[in-house]
Design a binder for this molecule. Structure first.
Ligand code: PEP
Ligand code: MG
Length: 559
């Protein structure tokens, strides 16, 4: 058994024989041309044929994988006719008298090198596109046909790298998974694999050896691990995972577009927790109804110094505009405790979880908070923004944070910078103090979101990082459930809506309890949306609600 590790770019488990993609090799010869005009016309003819082929591929991709995949080939058509690319080829043919095959190969290599040297990962990945287009034109000039899979049984397809056009031309019924030595998560092959739901791993490098051809292999596109000739135990584990994923995918298909409504007509909003704009794809493919928690600290954790207003604005704007008219709750900076950032130079603390963290840092470093608030309000013009403050314990903290928000809006107004005047303000309920003060806090804000991870830690006096605490860290503890009930009751008396964004929100054992209590929204990891929707749709609260509430009032306290 040999395990090789790459980057999982399309989730799912695939098992089968390993097969190497056989590519028609374009061997070009170089010659000096006499009639440069005729050679230029040869190129133009091949370019036109390539445009036709790309049109056909765009339609095939649209039928198999949707508009996004088709766009790739339409972009290829644009690149094939790009003025700079054409000028480079023309100069090689007319000035250096190169034959068309050589000119296209050299110009393609030159453009690919230029893209590859760019800093931006997306632009880097475009090197593969320009190589792909040039190869297509050269194949046409040489009269070669594209490669394929010459196997009677479905395979795990291995390659050094696969061009997007190669990927889309393959017979999908023959492919159980992809594994490539090179490639990145933003390469179009990865995008296509994801859209077509084929497990894929890229970037395994030299560990993928030609002598493995024909051996059995299992690829796990979630973890990025591939196992060649797996033993019985590994096979069983991975195949079980595959069954679970197939079941999940089945759920995904049947529940997409449906409402989160119980049998007796109670509805609840199901939103997603994200850590960066890159997670939006998962939100959309899992049919999330909004973003209930965007942990903005990722921006700070990924930088060597304070992220600028512009950098933050771009990230928030992307999330808001991609989500359109759906609500997006962006939590202001929540660092400290387990999330330490060097450049903040936070003092060493005996008990960092109870120290200078989250809103406390923002209120003591208003210049840092000010930058984030400006970026947030500027981005509010692009969607439905809700701003949320973490780690609140007192009413004065919320008032001060709101005052800072107001100052920022006045500043933007004076500068003529657009922002929405419909931004909701909310707080996380994750300390016992905020639970006990929830009647007063509800008068200050539009919404609450209960952070059960921290609320459990602080209420039960159990460090959430300490795995040894086992059953003592019990988010099902009646104190937590009663806290949630108290918060919801206090909020609703003041027309404040309540969500749960801690891990407990996705706990299917408690969905019925949350519905009985009247929680308005659950924000969960994108992959939990559809299982949760499924659970909501199974429930009938007509009888259970009263029983659950009575249990919370009384019986559960004996447990
Ligand atoms: C929580 O505490 O429940 C929460 C959602 O916030 P985090 O896990 O980021 O602390
Ligand atoms: Mg928290």
């Amino acid at each position: 058994m040999i395990t090789i590790q790459g980057k999982g770019v399309s989730v799912g488990v695939g098992a089968g024989p390993l097969y190497y993609y056989h590519r028609a090799v374009n061997t070009i010869s170089r010659s000096e041309v006499q009639d440069v005009q005729a050679e230029w016309e040869r190129f133009k003819e091949a370019q036109n044929k390539a445009m036709e082929q790309l049109g056909v591929l765009a339609e095939k991709a649209r039928a198999e994988a949707g508009d996004e995949a088709a766009l790739l080939f339409e972009t290829h058509q644009m690149m094939a006719e790009d003025g700079d690319y054409e000028d480079a080829i023309r100069a090689l043919i007319t000035e250096q008298k190169q034959n068309a095959e050589a000119a296209v190969t050299d110009a393609g290599a030159q453009f690919a090198e230029m893209f590859a040297s760019m800093d931006d990962d997306y632009m880097k990945a475009r090197a593969a596109d320009v190589k792909d287009i040039s190869n297509r034109i050269v194949s046409i000039l040489l009269g070669n046909v594209q490669g394929g899979i010459d196997s009677d049984v479905p395979v795990i397809l291995a390659a050094d790298d696969l061009a997007p056009s190669e990927t889309v031309q393959l017979d999908k019924s023959k492919i159980l998974g992809f594994i490539t030595a090179q490639g990145s998560a933003t390469s179009h092959t990865a995008i296509l694999a994801r859209t077509m739901g084929i497990p894929a791993i890229v970037g395994v490098g030299d560990s993928l050896k030609p002598e493995y051809e024909g051996r059995s292999i299992i690829v796990d596109g979630g973890t990025g691990a591939a196992v060649i000739e797996p033993d019985a135990a590994t096979t069983e584990i991975l195949l079980k995972k595959r069954e679970e994923q197939i079941e999940r995918r089945r759920l995904l298909e049947t529940l997409k577009g449906k409402e989160n409504v119980t049998k007796d007509g109670k509805s609840i909003r199901i939103y997603c927790n994200i850590g960066s704009p890159e997670d939006l794809h998962a939100v959309q493919s899992n049919d999330g109804g909004g973003i209930g928690l965007f942990r903005s600290e990722f921006l700070y954790l990924n930088c060597d110094t304070y992220p600028t207003e512009e950098m933050q604005f771009e990230a928030y704007r992307k999330v808001l505009s991609d989500m359109g008219d759906k609500e997006v709750v962006i939590r202001t900076l929540d660092i400290g405790a387990d999330k330490q950032i060097g450049y903040f130079n936070l003092p060493q603390e005996e008990n960092p979880a109870m120290g200078m963290r989250a809103l406390r840092i923002c209120l003591t470093r208003p210049e840092v908070f000010h930058t984030q608030l400006r970026a947030l309000y500027r981005a509010s013009a692009y969607g439905k923004l809700c701003i949320m403050f973490p780690m609140v314990t007192s009413v004065w903290e919320v008032r001060e944070a709101k005052r800072l928000c107001k100052a920022v809006t006045e500043e933007l107004r004076a500068e003529g910078i657009p922002f929405s005047d419909d931004v909701q303000i909310g707080i996380m309920i994750e300390t016992p103090a905020s639970v006990l003060m929830s009647d007063r806090l509800a008068k200050e804000v539009d919404f609450f979101s209960i952070g059960t991870n921290d609320l459990t830690q602080y209420t039960l006096a159990c460090d959430r990082q300490n795995n040894d605490l086992g059953r003592f860290y019990d988010p099902h503890h009646p104190a937590i459930l009663r806290a949630i009930k108290m918060v919801v009751d206090n909020a609703h008396k003041n027309n404040t809506w309540v969500g749960i964004c801690g891990e407990l929100g996705a706990d299917l054992e408690l969905t019925e309890t949350f519905l009985a209590i009247g929680v308005d929204e659950l924000s969960v990891t994108p992959s939990a949306v559809l299982p949760l929707r499924n659970r909501v749709r199974e429930i009938d609260t007509t009888e259970s609600a009263a029983r659950i509430l009575a249990h919370l009032e009384d019986d559960c306290c004996a447990e």
